[in-house]
Design a protein around this ligand. Structure first.
Ligand SMILES: [Zn+2]
Length: 105
């Protein structure tokens, strides 16, 4: 009779323990609206030396309510690296940009 390891024999990892391995959001809840912050890949808006650049595929913590983006310190450092090396900028995209708070209500 072969010894089949049933699921019962496997060590169970309590949810609480595995959650400790997860990165902790820099802000949860959101500092601005108390909304829930979740981990997502985003197109990050990043200001570098007075220039606004966008970086795609950045792991960020995003508020599901107000959309505020938070970055881990390491991620932020990496974005600075990318901004510093302008050859990493693959293409320039143009899009209409309005400033919400500059529009008279
Ligand atoms: Zn928020």
């Amino acid at each position: 009779m072969p010894e089949a390891a049933g699921l019962e024999d496997l060590p169970r990892t309590p949810m609480r323990e595995s959650r400790d391995d997860m990165k902790t959001p820099p802000a949860d809840p959101c500092e601005f609206c108390e909304g829930h912050v979740e981990h997502r890949m985003v197109r990050a808006r990043f200001n570098y030396k007075g220039q606004t650049i966008y970086i795609d595929g950045v792991p960020a913590w995003v508020c599901t309510r107000c959309g505020e983006q938070y970055f881990d310190a390491l991620v932020f450092k990496h974005m600075e690296e990318i901004a510093r090396h302008s050859d990493r900028i693959t293409r320039t995209v143009a899009f209409p940009l309005a400033e919400y708070d500059k529009v008279p209500v």
